[in-house]
Design a protein around this ligand. Structure first.
Ligand code: NDP
Length: 477
């Protein structure tokens, strides 16, 4: 995967400078246009890529064109080709492009209805459920987004509603599984249109000053333009796409797969139970910690574009849930002991991953005045300069999990994914695709984050690297 680093200068100053605020929109039109074009011009030449521009464009275009067909092929292989890549490959070899077009399900009315009802339900919960007021981190242009922390309530209401609909025979979740291909197909097209909407909104009606154009259509569409796009004052689009649609669909689909296997066989295998339980523990942890997620790279640094939004709207419901999708038709019997070992190992990894995030956030929240593994934390006081030239300080934790490696938290994240996949045993590779993908994603992300932090903190980041030399795996990498 390639990457782009928006607007950091070699002297390490954080200069993420993008266009137009709500105030600017209220000024006379000509002034607004002049400002926009000035700022666009200012932004464009500063855009730097981690890899060469040619490789960056090639990779972005490849991902834009390859991800949608991949989702369909993944679903087809899991549901109609026994989870066997070889079987799908032989089919494609025999039938060529026409064969591929034939297996691509057309989005049907029922698929659109399911997506629309689910999306509207989640949007309503996001807007209406009560929640504590939470402030996000200060953005590069000095804004501080405000959220309503009602994720756990929305998660609880969603699962109870979904399971009740099945229990009281009002709606059978097997309908979702039976139309999964059509749903993915509708999501692929619908989300592409949604990303075009984000692109246009970024140009004509950005919600805050944390927005702007690189001057290049592909980069703007792929990486996004706005950091915190909103509809009105309160409906945060990234909270909806990433959390309430994407992550929530993971839990909803995990339950769907379980119910489908039950309806097919009259029972649920222990492998499916381990897989569903671990995925639900993971998603529960996510919603428990949702306000913390609003401080991470996805929300605080990645703009709303194809990369993050299409990923959350399509890639999460399809690829992230795929080990469960495989198990529906492959009910492995692990036996009580093995099932329990896998379950405990998976829960432990999810806990460690949670504890890493918690440690960092507790440390930042208390300004370093907390205990890390029973002791006062070891830390670096790193200063950096903002867009407006202000000097600020951030604390970098160098003990606890964050003293083992700079991105140690990715290790339990990857292992947890392995443990909810391993109940499928090793007859086919495809259930492990998510683990492999996640490993590549997180290793790339560690590099991306290191580059960003090096630019932001300069010599202080170097100091951190000297103190904690390993990037992800202590003693190895
Ligand atoms: P982090 O939450 O690790 O955030 C990285 C940021 O933390 C850095 O940019 C820096 O920001 C700050 N930071 C870095 N080092 C330190 C330190 N030593 N002390 C204090 N602050 C530091 O990043 P992620 O968003 O990657 O991860 C969040 C969670 O999401 C993890 O649990 C991860 O496993 C999970 N995740 C899951 C994915 C999936 O697809 N399943 C994908 C990605 C993440 P600043 O500018 O504030 O200094």
């Amino acid at each position: 995967m390639t990457d782009i680093l928006f607007i950091y200068t070699s002297n390490g100053l954080h200069k993420e400078r993008f266009i137009i605020s709500i105030e600017v929109k209220q000024r006379p039109k000509r002034r607004e246009q002049r400002l926009r074009s000035d700022q666009k011009m200012a932004a464009a030449p500063e855009t730097k890529t981690v890899h060469s521009p040619a490789l960056t464009y090639f990779s972005m275009l490849s991902l834009l064109s390859l991800c949608p067909p991949f989702v369909i092929l993944l679903w087809y292989t899991m549901v109609h080709a026994d989870g066997s890549v070889a079987q799908t490959w032989n089919y494609l070899k025999q039938h060529g492009l026409q064969g591929f077009i034939d297996i691509w399900p057309r989005p049907t009315a029922i698929a659109w209805k399911i997506i629309f009802v689910y999306g509207a339900f989640e949007a309503a919960l996001q807007l209406l459920l009560p929640g504590k007021r939470v402030e996000g981190p200060i953005s590069p242009t000095g804004n501080r987004p405000v959220y309503k922390a009602n994720g756990m309530a929305a998660y609880f209401v969603t699962l109870v509603t979904y399971i009740s609909l099945w229990w009281f025979e009002i709606f059978n979740p097997t309908v979702v599984y039976d139309h999964l291909g059509e749903i993915y197909s509708a999501l692929i097209f619908g989300s592409l249109i949604f990303c075009v909407f984000l692109y246009i909104k970024g140009h004509v009606a950005p919600s805050s000053t944390d927005s702007g154009s690189s001057g290049n259509f592909i980069i703007d569409f792929y990486w996004g333009m706005e950091l915190y796009p909103r509809i009105g004052k309160n409906f945060d689009i990234k909270v909806f796409t990433n959390c309430r649609f994407g992550m929530m669909s993971w839990a909803v689909l995990a339950v769907t797969y379980c119910i489908k296997q039950y309806e097919l066989n009259g029972k649920v295998s222990d492998s499916m139970l381990v897989n569903t339980t671990l995925m639900l523990v993971y998603v529960t942890k996510f919603f428990w910690w949702e306000a913390g997620y609003w401080n991470t790279m996805d929300i605080a640094h990645d703009r709303a574009g194809f990369y993050i939004c299409w990923g959350c709207l399509v890639w999460v419901p399809s690829v992230y849930t795929s080990p469960g999708m495989y198990l529906v038709n492959h009910p492995v019997n692990l036996g009580m002991q093995l099932a329990l070992y896998i379950l405990v190992a998976g829960v432990l990894c999810i806990y460690i991953n949670y504890d890493c995030d918690r440690q960092r956030q507790e440390f930042r929240r208390t300004n370093g005045k907390c205990k890390i593994w029973g002791k006062a934390p070891s830390k670096i006081e790193a200063t950096y300069t903002t867009t407006s030239g202000e000097t600020k300080t951030s604390l970098l934790l160098t003990s606890g999990w964050w003293g083992l490696a700079r991105h140690f938290h990715y290790v339990p994240e990857i292992l947890a994914a392995f443990f909810w996949t391993v109940p499928a045993l090793f007859n086919h590779f495809l259930p492990y695709f998510y683990v492999v993908f996640l490993t590549i994603l997180l290793f790339d992300r560690a590099k991306r984050d290191d580059d960003r932090c090096r630019s932001k903190y300069g010599k202080y980041w170097k100091l951190y690297c000297n103190k904690v030399p390993y990037k992800i795996i202590p003693g190895i990498y």
